[in-house]
Design a protein around this ligand. Structure first.
Ligand SMILES: *[C@@H]1O[C@H](CO)[C@@H](O)[C@H](O)[C@H]1NC(C)=O
Ligand SMILES: *[C@@H]1O[C@H](CO)[C@@H](O)[C@H](O)[C@H]1NC(C)=O
Ligand SMILES: *[C@@H]1O[C@H](CO)[C@@H](O)[C@H](O)[C@H]1NC(C)=O
Length: 202
């Protein structure tokens, strides 16, 4: 009985982890490439109940649509004193109009140096991302430097923004957002263009 209640408490903690959903927003690119600068990212089909994050022709001056509207789920039980850590969600609408919340994972291909964002139902495999409070840019905190030996802790955690837009083939050939792994050099994929990703509420 005691074990069971401990188990239920643990389940409750896990279920409550990313429970505070933000207002809906779009993910807008900033780039030196004028074709990308100011455009919105949108969910794009990559398989059954599987979507990537593709470049669209939407901009801030066009209306948001379902496929460019996301929410950000943070933890209400462990609020961070710094920028939040959370999950990006997109709603997959299935037959009957039911919304299936699908969280974003940066999927790794061991023969590449870029990770491809993919939405699938639930949050089991999702990747936590942070949003900078001062500029609304998406980033991943970097606290260790393994470009030196031995690996060192950074005095101050950096806000890594290794975002690029590249032609990728997760399932289909698309122009998608990617995360460049590591702190050095450019992606090996020659189509990649540097971007920043900014949250802009609808
Ligand atoms: C990108 O768009 C922003 C907002 O419209 C603009 O201020 C900036 O100059 C543009 N940057 C480039 C490189 O075109
Ligand atoms: C997803 O669907 C739920 C339930 O209908 C809704 O509360 C939420 O705002 C939706 N999220 C987005 C990103 O549209
Ligand atoms: C939920 O997140 C909002 C920001 O989106 C924050 O203002 C609010 O305090 C959070 N609520 C809880 C219970 O953590």
């Amino acid at each position: 009985m005691k074990m069971l209640s401990i188990f239920l408490v643990l389940i409750g903690l896990v279920a409550a982890q990313y429970d505070n959903f933000s207002a809906p927003f779009r993910l807008i690119l900033k780039s030196d490439d004028p074709a990308l600068n100011g455009t919105a990212l949108g969910a794009c089909h990559q398989g059954a109940a599987t979507e990537g994050l593709c470049v669209t022709t939407q901009t801030l001056s066009t209306e948001p649509t379902d496929y460019t509207t996301f929410t950000y789920a943070t933890s209400s039980s462990a609020p961070s004193p710094y920028d939040t850590q959370g999950l990006i969600y997109w709603n997959l609408t299935i037959a009957g109009g039911t919304d299936v919340p699908s969280a974003l994972e940066l999927t790794v291909n061991y023969n590449s140096d870029i990770a491809i964002p993919i939405f699938t139902p639930g949050e089991a495999k999702a990747t936590t991302l942070s949003v900078a409070a001062d500029c609304e840019d998406l980033y991943i905190p970097r606290s260790q430097d393994d470009t030196v030996s031995p690996p060192a802790y950074l005095d101050q955690t950096e806000k890594a923004t290794n975002w690029y837009v590249c032609l990728t083939r997760y399932a289909y050939l698309y122009e998608t957002l990617v995360w460049k792994m590591g702190a050095k050099a450019e992606p090996q994929n020659p189509s990649c263009k540097k971007v920043q990703v900014t949250r802009v509420f609808n």
